[in-house]
Design a protein around this ligand. Sequence first.
Ligand code: FPP
Length: 235
Amino acid sequence: MKLPATLPGHIAVIMDGNGRWARRRGLPRKAGHAAGAETFRTIATFCRDIGVRNLTVYALSTENRRLRPGEEVEEIYDLLRRYISESLEKMERDRVRLKFLGDLEPLPGDIREQMERAEKVSARYDGCLCGICVNYGGRDEIVRAARELMHLSSGAETGDVTEDTFSRHLDTAFLPDPDLCIRTGGEWRLSNFMPWQLAYAELFFTDTLWPDFSKKELVSILENYSDRNRRYGGL
Ligand code: FPP
C-alpha cells in the first residue's frame, strides 16, 4: 500500500455503527461490538506499522454508560475484560502501548486492575500509543480538570491558568492534540468526544460501519488528509 508523505501524528476515532452492523446480520448488538473490537486491533497494529504515533478511540461515553440498557453496558464491560486479557497475551506480537482515558472510577474494580496492568506491561513498547476512552465525556473531562486545578492552586493568580496549564490537567495531558478525527457510521457530529483537543483537527466522516472499516479505507482518508491545507487560523 502506498502511503502519503504527510501522516497525522495523532488520529482520533469515533467507532460508530457496531449495532447496525450486527442488526443487518441478524446478530445481537454485542456481536457488533465484538467485531468492532477486532477492527480496532487491526487498525491499531496498522497504525503502528505505518508510523502513526498515537491513536485514540471512543469505546464508551459517559452518556452511553448512563443511557444504554444496563445489559448492553455490561456486555461492553465483558468485551473490555476479554479484549484486555487478549491484549496482554498478544502484547509481544502487537507491540502497541495501551492507555485508558475517561472517568474510570465508576468502572468495576477488576476492569480497573486489568487496565492498570495492561498500561504497565505495555509501557515498554514504543509502537503506536493507543488511547481507549471508557466512560469518557469531553465536558466531564473539562469539569474534572477545572476541579483538579481549583484544588491544587489555591492562592494562584487567574493569569496562572493558561491553555497549556489547563491541558496538563486533562486525561490527554501526555498526548499531542489529534490532527485527524474520523467518525464511522454515517453521523456528522462529535458527540462530546475531545471537544478541547479537536479544536484544530481535520474531520472526516464516513458511512462505513465501524466493523467494516479497513486499512484500505484508512489509507484513502490519509491521502485526503495529506491534501488538506491546515492553516490554524492563519493565512
Ligand atoms: C458505537 O456503535 C459503539 C459503541 C458505543 C461501543 C464501541 C465499543 C467497541 C468497539 C468495543 C470495545 C472497544 C475496545 C477497543 C475493546 P453503536 O452501538 O452506537 O452502533 P449503532 O449506532 O449502529 O447502534
